[in-house]
Write a new protein. Structure first.
Length: 151
């Protein structure tokens, strides 16, 4: 069977890996800019076939004396465009708040992104009007390539 994705045939997915903030430090989400908060190394599938990335993300975010009017989390492959986004509910964005946000991001099923040298995932945050801080303590992403159906 092409791609080897037949039920009953061993085709294990890659093991999940845990990543923390860039350089193991707090990251300032400069107002109006999409800032990389967490980056992975190159993720490579251990078998041929189609895979999709699953990201379980927890971020602790501190808001300043003037809270942002909007806050978006996203991920992209390398320096490409956003694959999946999540917008924080604006009612949570209050002055001097400290938020712990848990979201799941998911990518498209692909036969090419994870083969050969693989792809790097960059998880980003974008604050609007006022900056915020993604804290090192209380933040992490668990990333896994999940075996998808062959297209």
């Amino acid at each position: 069977m092409p791609g080897g994705n037949a039920y009953g045939i061993a085709s294990p997915a890659t093991l999940p890996a845990i990543y923390t903030t860039v350089a193991g430090a707090d990251v300032t989400l400069t107002a109006g800019s999409e800032i990389t908060v967490i980056t992975t190394g190159a993720l490579v599938a251990n078998n041929p076939g189609d895979y999709y990335p699953m990201i379980w993300l927890w971020l602790t975010i501190v808001l300043g004396a003037a809270a942002p009017s909007a806050l978006q989390l996203a991920f992209k492959l390398g320096s490409g465009s956003d694959v999946d986004t999540f917008v924080i509910e604006p009612g949570l964005l209050v002055n001097l708040a400290e938020l712990t946000i848990g979201v799941t991001l998911i990518g498209a099923n692909s036969a090419t992104a994870w083969q050969g040298s693989g792809s790097t995932i960059n998880i980003t945050g974008k604050a609007t009007t006022q900056a915020a801080t993604a804290k090192f303590v209380g933040s992490r992403a668990i990333v896994a390539l999940m075996r998808g159906p062959d297209a």
